[in-house]
Design a protein. Sequence first.
Length: 157
Amino acid sequence: MNSIHIILSLAASFKREVHQMDVKYAFLHGDLHEKIYMEQPTRFIQMDSSLVCHLKKSIYALKQAPRASYVKMDSFLLDTGFSRCHPDNTVCTKKVGKSLIILFLYFHDLILTGSDPNLISHVMCNLKKKFEMTNLGHLHYFLSLEVLQSKEGISLS
């Protein structure tokens, strides 16, 4: 929560917009590196019901799913020039020339702010190309916070 407050405080101080995106089916993006098998779903049984499925991607019921999803998103962000903030690995930054973008990732929700609206749009487009995502526009609700953005600043409730 401290990181969110700092990001919103920076955005308010520098009069920056804060955007929100949602990763659809977030836990289905992760690649599994362990051997995990599951029984065939009852309506999908093929030939022999004693056969099992070898999972290559995570699914929602797996305890590995959140971690696998985070690793996939983290790898993508690092590959596209973001750096992790070491006190809080859910915060990433990217500097392009004099422009800075800050991204906060919490499971399947992410918020973005920065000094260059074009850079924010570019990052959002790249994220949408890699992951199925919904652009939720300006940040309104995040982790039980109501966020109201205006020209005068940002208010939290």
